[in-house]
Ligand binder design. Structure first.
Ligand code: ADP
Ligand code: MG
Length: 763
């Protein structure tokens, strides 16, 4: 089974997405298809033995769409590589070219529209006796000019809508283009027949009245609306564009002892890359020669360049300042931090929010229902209306209503309401260092009432330092640190780093370790110099049944320090204390969570005394300490069973189950890959104040979506009856199809505009 995301070309409206989805799902071998109008992409799962992308494209081509099938070479690339391969902004370039073409079309109909409106306006004013009738020569002239203008507008500018009618007749598939096509074509054909058979029809109809102007103005307004919509839609994708632009296109590598410039796609693992001053780092790696300051604001959010020396890691997309250095590539292509960020943002922008399901359902049944309503409207005008106002007038009004209903009822705004807001919301998050995995997460986040945070790395810096050593047997302090550092060299825990870097500074040489094993939530063990050692917390000592007076540590643990106890199978041989400073912004962030009405609970595997000290410092509501990884999962489940909606932050492998269980899992980008995979949100700058921003973002985006949906529905609920002439018998109100066209264009534009407003709001 293959699941791939393809670009779809030719979508003009939200209902297109539904049609494509249905058609693809009907293909033998396709198990699922998800088409998103906002991102113009289709995620298709299919059995490659039964079908292939070329075939899938063929099935939708008659409907006016194509699936962009990647070339064999591009198939093996990640989305970001693919974008890079295409010359990065190629897709945007194409879009801009399309928009430029749309602009020309719009410009070509503007004069025609002005003339039409001028004639209509004169007509209306003359009927109201405000001004005199148009001079005969003029009206004769316009009488002949209007059909020509309408023919051009409908058949050249309005071609997509006519194709919609054709597809409807040929394949029975209707979308919003079909509605507009039928409406304008009906108006045009009626007028054409009246013009052609003027004398024959004169006794039955008001042959003075034609709908050429309506055809022109409706097509023009809708084309203008689409142009404005396309222009704004390009803007909603800005975030990805900015990220893609951070990707270096080439790199200077050392091959056969010479510097050589190659494309980033050609870089392989272990390659040596030279970074010159003021150039971008192409892939992730480890610095092996030279030193420099690197602007890492992409990952850390800190504007201050960071010093990089031998052994330090460098990240793709970050910017070198003045120095120059050589690094060894450790992660290339789709594995790099930047590629993963881009892939995540892209995936999230294209994902579907549950709230959209309703809009989708409505759009799917909307088009056929509207067609029925339109024909019924026409029939009622002709049958009932002609008894009151005469056949000629009833036909005229009926036709106006028919066109009006078809035009105003387009579910375009409805389809744009959710995806445009999601695209802008996710993009805005990415700019702030908040990576959202999918739209569903964004939809859930603002409902959270309990936040569970871990201590290390979230509330504290996550860079503990060794602060004291206590020997408890004949082993000296140096020996204790050497043995500990040897063991910890194999661990990824932040505590491990504190000990190994201390040993390095003291220039203590570590020994080799055999039979190393990590003991989850407690510490580790291994054989050093032929002796089996254990290192970890007091729980580990208890489980080994070693007598150890924990109260001897109280003084230091009550100050927030964490003990690491070293023992053999028989006895405790020493203790080191590590301390991790509280993040300066943690306290403020927690009080902001409180103002949002959110309860904050600290959950940690660390010592109770240590945990409570830190907890008090930052002002959390509750501290749960000395929990094993399974305990974290159970704790989340417990909170959920009490009816809470829980968000959890975490960084380690041991946090992954709890992150997945939480309603919203929040990982730190500095944490492990497993944690990031399991989380719904990744905070790039590993900082809890970003969590407050993420919640605000979720709130804002959801509010935007709800506003959009409300307006999109309201338009149709008010517009359809008005256009159908429901208020005509009582008040004489009848919506001119021209206004229907204007309203329709305005509704799409206003929905996209409202979504774009999110971009400018402060988090
Ligand atoms: P947390 O991330 O909340 O600290 P963990 O499950 O990662 O939770 O760790 C729980 C406790 O186990 C730590 O506070 C520490 O006391 C001990 N521990 C875990 N790994 C190590 C290690 N590599 N070295 C020493 N102690 C460790
Ligand atoms: Mg941890």
């Amino acid at each position: 089974m293959d699941t791939t995301t393809y670009t779809i070309k030719g979508m003009h409206c939200a209902s297109c997405a539904g049609i494509i989805e249905k058609t693809l799902k009907n293909v033998d071998g396709v198990t699922s298809a998800e088409v998103n109008y906002g991102t113009e992409a289709a995620k298709i799962a299919f059995n490659p033995a039964k079908t292939n992308p070329e075939q899938l494209s063929k099935t939708i081509e008659p409907l006016g769409y194509t699936l962009v099938v990647p070339t064999a070479e591009a198939m093996h690339m990640s989305p970001s590589e693919h974008a890079a391969h295409l010359g990065l902004s190629q897709t945007k370039k194409e879009k801009l070219a399309e928009i430029a073409e749309m602009k020309n079309t719009v410009l070509s109909v503007i004069p025609l529209t002005i003339i039409s409106i001028f004639i209509m306006g004169w007509d209306i004013l003359a009927q109201l006796s405000v001004i005199a009738e148009m001079p005969n020569v003029w009206s004769e002239f316009f009488h002949h000019l209007l059909p020509l203008m309408a023919t051009y507008t409908l058949f050249v500018v309005g071609k997509p809508y006519l194709l919609g009618v054709y597809r409807f007749l040929r394949y029975g598939k209707a979308n919003m283009d079909t509605l507009i096509g039928i409406g304008t074509l009906a108006a045009y054909l009626y007028s054409f027949i009246v013009t052609a058979f003027e004398e024959t029809l004169a006794p039955f109809l008001n042959v003075e009245y034609t709908y050429y102007d309506v055809t022109i103005v409706v097509v023009a307004f809708i084309t203008l609306g689409k142009y404005l919509e396309a222009r704004s839609k390009v803007k909603t994708g800005d975030a990805i564009e900015k990220l893609l632009n951070l990707q270096a296109k080439t790199a200077l590598v050392i091959r056969d002892g010479k510097e050589k410039e190659i494309s980033v796609n050609e870089i392989v693992h272990g390659e040596l890359i030279v970074v010159k001053p003021a150039s971008r780092i192409a892939v992730d790696g480890i610095l092996i020669e030279g030193s420099s300051y690197v602007d890492e604001s992409l990952v850390t959010g800190e504007p201050m360049p960071v010093k990089k020396e031998t052994g330090d890691t460098v990240v793709s997309g970050t910017m070198n300042t003045n120095g120059s250095f050589t690094f060894k590539a450790t992660k290339v292509g789709s594995e790099t931090m930047l590629a993963r960020i881009i892939a995540m943002v892209q995936e999230a922008q294209g994902s579907r929010a549950p709230i959209q399901a309703l809009a989708d359902k409505i759009s799917a049944v909307f088009v056929p229902i509207v067609l029925v309503i339109a024909f019924l409207t026409l029939a009622i005008w002709l049958i009932v209306g002609s008894q009151y106002i005469g056949f000629s007038q009833a036909l005229s009004n009926g036709l106006a209503s028919f066109v009006g209903v078809l035009v105003i009822a387009c579910p375009c705004a409805l389809g744009l309401a959710t995806p445009t807001a999601i695209i802008v919301g996710v993009g805005k998050g990415a700019k702030e260092g908040i990576l959202v995995k999918d739209a569903a997460t964004l939809e859930k986040l603002y409902k959270v009432n309990t936040v569970v945070v871990d201590k290390t790395g979230t509330l504290t810096n996550g860079k503990p330092e060794l602060v004291s050593v206590r020997a408890m047997s004949d082993l000296g302090e140096k020996e204790i640190i050497t043995i500990l550092a040897s063991l910890e060299k194999k661990s990824e825990h932040p505590i491990a780093h504190a000990i190994t870097s201390h040993a390095e500074r003291q220039k203590l040489a570590v020994s080799s370790v055999e039979h190393f094993e990590a003991i989850k939530g407690q510490g580790l063990k291994g054989i050093v110099n032929g002796i089996e050692y254990y290192a970890g917390n007091t729980k580990l000592m208890t489980s080994m049944k070693l007598s150890f007076d924990t109260s001897s540590l109280d003084q230091e643990t009550l100050e927030g320090k964490t003990p690491v106890i070293l023992a053999t199978q028989e006895k405790v041989v020493g203790v080191v204390m590590v301390a991790d400073a509280v993040k300066p912004e943690a306290k403020e962030a927690i009080s902001r969570l409180h103002t949002l009405g959110i309860k904050v609970i600290m959950l940690t595997g660390d010592n109770t005394n240590t945990a409570e000290f830190i907890g008090k410092q930052v002002g959390v509501d509750d501290v749960v300490a000395e929990v094993l990884p399974e305990g974290k999962l159970a704790q989340i489940k417990e909170l959920q069973s009490q009816g809470n909606i829980v968000a959890m932050t975490g960084d380690g492998v041991n946090d992954a189950p709890a992150l997945a269980q939480a309603d919203v899992g929040i990982a730190m980008a500095t944490g492990t890959d497993v944690a990031i995979e399991s989380a719904g949100i990744t905070l790039l700058h590993g900082d809890i104040s970003k969590l407050v921003k993420a919640i605000t973002l979720s709130k804002m985006t959801m509010r935007g979506i709800k506003q959009n949906l409300f307006w999109a529905f309201a338009y149709n609920v008010i517009g359809i009856p008005l256009a159908a002439g429901v208020f005509f018998p009582a008040f004489g109100w009848l919506l001119s199809p021209v206004f229907a066209g204007l309203a329709m264009a305005f509704s799409s534009v206003s929905v996209v505009g409202n979504s774009l407003r999110l971009q400018t709001k402060r988090l």
